[in-house]
Design a protein around this ligand. Structure first.
Ligand code: PHE
Length: 360
């Protein structure tokens, strides 16, 4: 009895010290096997219990069980310490470079449409614009009437626009993001400064048109907003988006029912057959429509046109993505071909910012 008590106490001390002193996982493992393994010392002592008489076995069994648990715990504690040390050492040795690019195989690619919209938002965000949204299914009044689009305008024809059947109010799949101008002006008081990225729909299908496509609308309304603001804002946008500080930008008179005067914006390029290069050259590419908000549109939204004026613009997302990233056929954007996406897509964590550079 007494022998068992003394033995277990001495063994306990010894093993706990040995475990705490183990310097490697291997050393620790050999201690574990030597004590708790099938032929280990503690295991052997426990096997000896069978030879004792009942009274001694009870007392010795309790002591040996406690010993076994304490030994196992000491080994486990040391194992945890060694793991922590190993982790600390590997962290200290190889510091993590958080600026490394994402591995190309993970975690998927960002679609060029999403990337382009993010880039446009980053640029206008810097200029103080906020993002507004509206529904894809729009009422005739917001899409056409309030925007001063006359009944005989081509966009109103059945062959240009998707109308929804059976509604009391005539519903359309919006043909442009301009109805969000109306929704915003009805809700907010000037000053207004918004951009509106979103899906738009027209009955069109060829290499440069798809029945569903994307636009970004812009709207600024304030007391003294004038054509100079419109020009400065859009010239800055074109140069930032295409990454060319001296990109030639031209305003060509045009017509939209909801702006007066209206213009289309072209950027400089060099053309060689189907190929073109954006920048100084002898040719122009049209990239967006714009103008001063027609006073009738302001009045339709309850804004006093003798106090306020504004400008608006609308650009095609697919078009500017195709131009910037050399994507030849617009239909591929929506075919969900992973090979295409792998080729034209963007790394998932390269969020465009003006500070970081738009398209790294
Ligand atoms: N909504 C016009 C279009 O889709 C673009 C535009 C928007 C023009 C705002 C002027 C002002 O063609």
């Amino acid at each position: 009895m007494i022998a068992v008590k003394d033995d277990t106490e001495a063994i306990r001390q010894q093993i706990i010290e040995a475990a705490a002193a183990a310097r490697t996982f291997d050393e620790l493992e050999s201690i574990r096997l030597g004590e708790l393994g099938r032929k280990g010392r503690v295991t052997r002592l426990m096997k000896g219990l069978g030879a004792m008489d009942a009274e001694d076995r009870k007392e010795a069994g309790r002591r040996l069980n406690t010993l076994k648990n304490q030994v196992a715990e000491a080994i486990e504690t040391r194992h945890r310490e060694l793991s922590d040390d190993a982790l600390d050492a590997s962290l200290a040795e190889g510091s993590v470079d958080v600026t490394l690019p994402v591995r190309p195989e993970s975690p998927g690619r960002v679609h060029p449409i999403s990337q382009t919209i993010d880039e446009v938002i980053a640029i206008f965000g810097e200029m103080g614009f906020t993002v507004a949204e509206g529904p894809d299914i729009e009422e005739d009044w917001y899409n056409f009437t309030a925007l001063n689009i006359p009944p005989d305008h081509p966009a109103r024809q059945e062959h240009d626009t998707f109308y929804l059947p059976g509604a009391k109010e005539r519903l359309v799949l919006r043909t442009h993001t301009s109805p969000v101008q109306i929704r915003t002006m009805l809700e907010a008081k000037p000053p207004i400064r918004i951009i509106v990225p979103g899906r738009t729909y027209r009955r069109d299908y060829d290499a440069t048109h798809s029945p569903m496509f994307h636009q970004v609308e812009g709207l600024v309304v304030d007391e003294s907003t004038h054509m100079g603001h419109l020009k400065g804002c859009l010239i800055d946008f074109c140069r930032a988006y295409f990454g060319q500080e001296d990109l030639p930008v031209r305003f060509r008179p045009s017509y939209f029912p909801f702006t007066e005067p209206s213009a289309e914006v072209d950027i400089g390029c060099t053309r060689d057959g189907d190929e073109f290069r954006i920048g100084h050259g002898d040719d122009w590419l049209e990239i967006l429509g714009c103008g001063m908000v027609n006073p009738r549109v302001l009045e339709n939204c309850g804004i006093d046109s003798s106090l306020y004026q504004g400008f608006a613009f609308g650009l095609g997302v697919e078009r500017i993505a195709m131009l910037k990233y050399g994507i030849p056929d617009l239909r591929r954007f929506f075919e969900s071909d992973l090979r295409w996406l792998r080729y034209y897509g963007f790394a998932a964590l390269d969020v465009p910012t003006m500070v970081g550079g738009l398209d790294q």
